[in-house]
Write a protein that binds this ligand. Sequence first.
Ligand code: SAH
Length: 345
Amino acid sequence: MQRARNAMTEEELRDWAVASGFPAYRGSQLFHFLHVERGTDLDAAHVLPQAVRAAAGALGTHPLTAELVRRSEDGSAKYLYRLFDGAHIETVYMPYEDRTTLCVSSQVGCRMGCSFCASTKAPFGRNLGADEILEQVYQTERAEGRTIDHIVLMGIGEPLDNLDEVLRFIRLVTDPKGKGMSARNITLSTSGLVPGIYRLIDEAPSITLAISLHATSDERRARTMPVARRYSIAEILKATDAYFDATGRRVSFEYVLIRGENDREEDIRWMAQHMRGAGRHVNLIPLNRIDEFDQEAADRAAMEHFAASLEKAGVHVSVRHRRGADIDAACGQLRVLYEGVGGRA
Ligand code: SAH
């Protein structure tokens, strides 16, 4: 896939300008037009001479089209975006009083195969380009008329399975000459691809890292998350400790509570013992039921007991509120509904 003009860093656009016979600053002006003015029609880039516009036009883009928007009673909205090649992804918009969060997809489908997650129920399509991740932010901001100040890479896909493009996206969205978002406000959630965690230490040390843990032993974890057969919990904890030591950023452990599966007393004991300490934080999440997964969410009392027990043991713990349950906001659910299981990806 040709690199789209809005996937290029300012430096790359400056190099491109020079290579195309223009002064380097034309590349900077193009970057400003795309990422600050949010121009989509190059004819509106009045600062650029016609010849530069024509050359920039030849670089191309991969536009997104909002095909469906579902709005929840709680104010959140789920966008189904169609990509230039006809594939679909989902983006969830969550306005709060003090912040505006966007949950973005990183791939068309997902290869991880977690049994409770809708993202794997339609076939895997392809990686998203950095521009396609960025456009979810820009287009949703435009549609909602509100600035997005927090991004979670928790939509469809495994970000560490598409790390080059995800890193490029992070570089673009945090560029002070572009949107200039704070890297701290970007959360990357992973099912635990260990080599990718080590790469983040060097290449994205200021973001917030979240691990989808969901079980307290490798055997149990492998029952719902096939990736557990490739990387053990011990290897993940070693990597997240290295991440915390190197970056000082506390790592968040996501734990979807499934009744009878991972809400047992022995799970509480293990979590209390292993999740203590400054570098770790536990986020308990109610399971969002999908049809293909017949297990039940832990009830409210079990969830409160789990949270209170960890708190008593000195674990930093929070409970994630369910948002957008009425609009199938759990990742991949809308794409599955739309394309049908086994449908075109
Ligand atoms: N692949 C990445 C990011 C996408 S999933 C990862 O695995 O972390 C984002 C979060 O939603 C993960 O913590 C995932 O486990 C959780 N999730 C997936 N399906 C869910 C469901 N049905 N109910 C609640 N959370 C779910």
